[in-house]
Ligand binder design. Structure first.
Ligand SMILES: Cc1cc2nc3c(=O)[nH]c(=O)nc-3n(C[C@H](O)[C@H](O)[C@H](O)COP(=O)(O)OP(=O)(O)OC[C@H]3O[C@@H](n4cnc5c(N)ncnc54)[C@H](O)[C@@H]3O)c2cc1C
Length: 436
């Protein structure tokens, strides 16, 4: 396991990898300065609403001036904005920075723009799942529009994918074919009515739209993956998907996936529930389960504290890591009832899964590793080099709709507990590969 982890973690030498490493070091420096970090997040938040570079510069200057005890980076930034020539340029620089950051994480503004980068990923030996970014769905019309966009994306992606070269390594496992087209969808974008207190309203509103998407995916031979969000919607999403899967019409397809979050204390019980339902459904296409740690840790802890509840998430990062490994074993042991996707940028978590799969006799195609575009690019190359299937989660959307996504990714990437932040700040790889 250690050897595989080291191999996956070897620094890449390409120009793009060097640029990414420099970018990551800058983010690590920013992360070390909480006030500067907050100022930049505010800038990213406000950027879409700015009418020009001058407005953006003024915001940046105000945020930096607002820092009470500026560190060296923040002081340098303030001085640069104050100097006349640099001041004029700084709005443009900030705009370019925000755009560059967004470009790193978002594969294109539309499916048509995204088609080329997606095909490049395919040519490089990996495959993708596409996520259509959108602002929070607050009206019925927005829910319908998102469903329409998903439907169009399935059709458009299928058209493009038909022209891709054959890649047997990523197109089948020992159960059978794996769809080329894979779309990740969010139930909270399908309906504005998701409320923890009244789950049946959200469900009633989303069920028809999700069923139509499943029909479309089945017709096209595509895979639909339902993302998991915060606890407010978890039970509703789980029941909705498992109930739909049990409908006789879907016994032979489409290929469908769910997400399991290891940071939840009850995730192991949740997995047993899912496995029992998957076994009872007797479908000919297995359910895919994407194992993640969970992206809403701050939200869950704050929400629980506000209500005086015990947090539903582990509060020690090592507990999430250990739970992730227990779930990894249980999932891989459950093949071929379910297909497993290990979604993580943590080399220990990924190497652990690959080593365990090998130990129990699974082939390299019998599970996959998933990474996020922009955060997992080095790992993507290493996973492909190691002969494993890698799927890249590719957000598609404009800069405005990408901002919430971008802020979430940056927050994760720079949080002290994060594997990527530890790595960017120079922590010893062998220590990071150790038992959690
Ligand atoms: C392809 C892909 C798809 C994804 N889809 C989803 C999705 O549908 N839903 C979703 O929720 N997330 C999703 N994620 C995000 C994922 O949940 C993680 O937030 C992210 O990948 C970071 O985890 P890691 O294993 O890469 O890194 P690591 O650095 O090993 O882990 C970071 C994670 O540890 C957990 N953590 C941090 N601090 C603590 C603490 N004090 N106590 C306990 N736990 C802590 C958090 O979950 C945090 O995100 C996805 C990630 C990928 C790569």
């Amino acid at each position: 396991m250690l050897e595989l982890g080291r191999r996956l973690g070897r620094r890449r030498a390409s120009a793009a990898a060097v640029k990414r490493a420099a970018n990551d070091r800058t983010m690590a420096l920013v992360a070390a300065d909480p006030e500067l970090r907050a100022a930049l997040f505010r800038l990213v938040d406000v950027a879409p609403a700015c009418r020009g570079n001058e407005e953006l510069r003024a915001h940046l200057a105000a945020y930096l001036e607002g820092i009470e005890d500026p560190g060296p980076l923040a002081s340098f930034g303030s001085r640069a904005i104050d100097s006349r020539a640099l001041g004029r340029a700084s709005g443009g620089v900030a705009a370019t920075m925000v755009r560059q950051m967004a470009k790193r994480f978002i594969v294109g503004e539309t499916i048509v723009d995204a088609a080329r980068p997606i095909e490049r990923i395919w040519r490089d030996g990996a495959t993708v799942t596409v996520d259509l970014l959108g602002e929070a769905t607050v009206t019925e019309e927005e829910g319908r529009a998102y469903a329409r966009r998903c439907d169009e994306a399935l059709v458009e992606l299928s058209r493009h994918a038909a022209g891709w070269a054959d890649r047997p390594a990523v197109e089948a496992d020992s159960i059978g074919p794996i769809p080329r087209v894979n779309l990740s969808v969010k139930v909270t974008a399908l309906t504005p009515l998701v409320r923890a207190a009244a789950p049946e309203r959200g469900r009633a509103d989303a069920v028809g739209r999700l069923r139509e998407l499943m029909r479309r995916a089945a017709g096209l031979g595509a895979h639909l993956h339902v993302d998991m969000e915060s606890m407010d919607s978890r039970e509703m999403i789980l029941d909705l998907v498992l109930d739909l899967l049990a409908e006789p019409e879907f016994a032979a397809g489409p290929s469908l996936g769910l997400v399991l979050q290891a940071y939840l204390r009850d995730s192991e019980e949740m997995l047993e529930r899912i496995l029992a339902r998957a076994a009872a459904a007797e479908r000919s296409v297995p359910l895919t389960i994407r194992l993640v740690k969970g992206a809403y840790w701050d939200h869950e802890t704050i929400e629980a504290a506000q209500h005086g509840w015990a947090p539903p998430v582990w509060t020690d990062k090592a507990d999430s890591d250990r739970c992730f490994e227990r779930l990894t074993r249980r999932l891989l042991d459950s093949y071929p009832l379910v297909r497993t996707a290990i979604a993580s940028h943590n080399l220990r978590s990924v190497a652990y899964a690959a080593a365990y799969a090998e130990q129990i006799g699974l082939g390299p195609a019998d599970f996959e590793i998933q990474v996020l575009r922009g955060l997992g690019d080095d790992l993507q190359e290493a996973v492909v080099e190691a002969g494993l299937r890698c799927r890249v989660y590719c957000p598609v959307g404009d800069m405005v709709s990408g901002m919430a996504y971008l802020v979430r990714r940056l927050l994760e990437n720079t949080s002290n507990a994060s594997f990527l932040a530890s790595r960017a700040s120079g922590s010893d790889l062998d220590a990071l590969l150790g038992r959690p």
